[in-house]
Design a protein around this ligand. Structure first.
Ligand SMILES: [Fe+2]
Ligand SMILES: [Fe+2]
Length: 170
């Protein structure tokens, strides 16, 4: 763990990655996806074995990919002027997650759980509050909004014990 992250995790006193009503955007599909990501992240709290935790991490990474792709399609459809900058932020987060996925085999379960908390409760939470909240007004007044955004988000129907999770509509 880097020095910055270690310092950060000392400041933060939360136990689990927690969703909060403060991050509701008002876009049903996006809110469902954000909430589901926090639910996935919360599964890293408590006991677990290395295999289950690595599978959970792979699921989290996959769901983040789906969520970011959907957001980027939405911003593009609504001609959000800061799409490229937002896309770069998503890329940065994906890199952090891949880095964790890569290193997780050599980390303790507590270290992995700490990193997930840093990524979801720290980085991701703040990303929603700052970057996602910035595109929301543009999307809310957008005539071109894809139908899927008004509906509920797909949910990853799997437990970390499944080898092939499948996406279905909620
Ligand atoms: Fe988001
Ligand atoms: Fe975003």
């Amino acid at each position: 763990m880097s020095r910055v992250r270690r310092a950060w995790s000392k400041i933060m006193t939360f136990e689990c990655a927690e969703w909060s009503p403060k991050i509701v955007t008002g876009l049903p599909s996006i809110d469902d996806q954000h909430r589901h990501l926090f639910e996935l992240a919360a599964t890293f709290c408590g006991d677990g074995d290395q295999v289950r935790v690595l599978k959970s991490l792979a699921m989290l990474t996959e769901y983040v990919k789906v969520h970011f792709r959907e957001e980027e399609e939405l911003m593009a459809a609504c001609h959000y002027p800061h799409l490229e900058a937002h896309r770069e932020l998503h890329g940065e987060f994906r890199r952090l997650l891949y880095e964790l996925l890569e290193n997780a085999k050599h980390m303790t379960l507590d270290e992995i759980a700490e990193e997930v908390k840093y990524l979801i409760n720290g980085w991701f939470y703040n990303h929603i509050l700052v970057a996602d909240f910035h595109y929301v007004p543009v999307v809310k007044t957008c005539k071109n909004i894809p139908a899927s955004t008004a509906a509920s988000a797909p949910v990853l129907n799997a437990s970390p014990d499944d080898s092939s999770p499948e996406w279905t509509d909620a």
